[in-house]
Design a protein around this ligand. Sequence first.
Ligand code: SPD
Length: 372
Amino acid sequence: MKLKLLGLAVTAMVLASCGNKDNAGAASAEEEKVLNVYNWSDYIAPDTLANFEKETGIKVTYDVFDSNEVLETKLVTGNTGYDVVVPSLTFLARQIQAGVFMPLDKSKLPNLANLDPEIQANIAKLDKDNAHSVNYLWGTTGIGYNVKKIKEIFGDDYVVDSYDLVFNPENLAKLKSCGVYFLDSPSEIVPPVLNYLGEDPNSFDEAVIAKAEARLKELRPYITQFHSSEYINALANGDACVAVGWSGDIFQAATRAEEADAGVEVNYIIPKEGTAVWFDMMAIPKDAKHPNNAHIFINYILRPEVSAEISNYVAYASANKASLAMIDKELLDNPGVYPTADAKKGLFSLAVLPPEVDRLFNRIWTSLKTGQ
Ligand code: SPD
């Protein structure tokens, strides 16, 4: 009899939680219904936050950044006021070492089961046991370009498939007048340049890194803008004809160009020499004021339909295996978003930079941008 009653109680609990799918409403009594999120710009679907707020009653303040360096400066200073932040994995790894994040309470994240175990295992190399972070989306760094402009300048038969277009000064010189954007971050640009030059993209050797610096100095006169988010609109409205940027951003530029219907066509390629692949990770700062709400939010993002909606909108790849059935076929079949097995062979992850290399990268970048 006792067992039967227990059985009924368990059934009632299961039914109650079914209505609520993954316990999204389980806010803690002591926590105010507020959540502060700091994410990359152009990285969420239009309805995601409103839907989350409606379902949970948790009010989200959502701020954006466009570089790991900016986020890291805030995190190491502490007291960011944020409950969820989204660094890239290699930055997260050293932030974990610095004690910036709290370990996740996985009992509050049942939707972790939706993640691709292979990608999880890879991530665990830098975040042991996936203890502090959950993948948001992933992508590659490559070349965005204006299809017509490149044909006008290099001829109809020119095939854009190589970093030669942007890392060879002779080619870049021809593009200056139509607008050249590079990501504004040494950690994004130095490794692909080294790889293009035939060097280890993750070398910590000063003499090797100097080769990238020398090449960037040759390229510098033809780079019209360093920026890590403006290139989306610049490509879309024809102000830039080429950008070294991130996969999804460039596909968003292609969509915006198409919507504007002003004759601009934008495309993205993963250069044949290989390039960087990266994973952006949700994590909770140790001093977060609303850690329970942060877990509710992360678990919400991990729902297959929520993850797919974001991925479909921003055109970045999802590590949420359960969401793949809901990803637009056009996106799944796009080798710029989900690289082919062959292209995957050329992809490299970025290294976790030791402080002295980090300082060297920053010196190179300042001198490149200021010309001193
Ligand atoms: N607009 C969203 C861009 C997200 C880019 N994350 C980049 C990480 C590169 N290491």
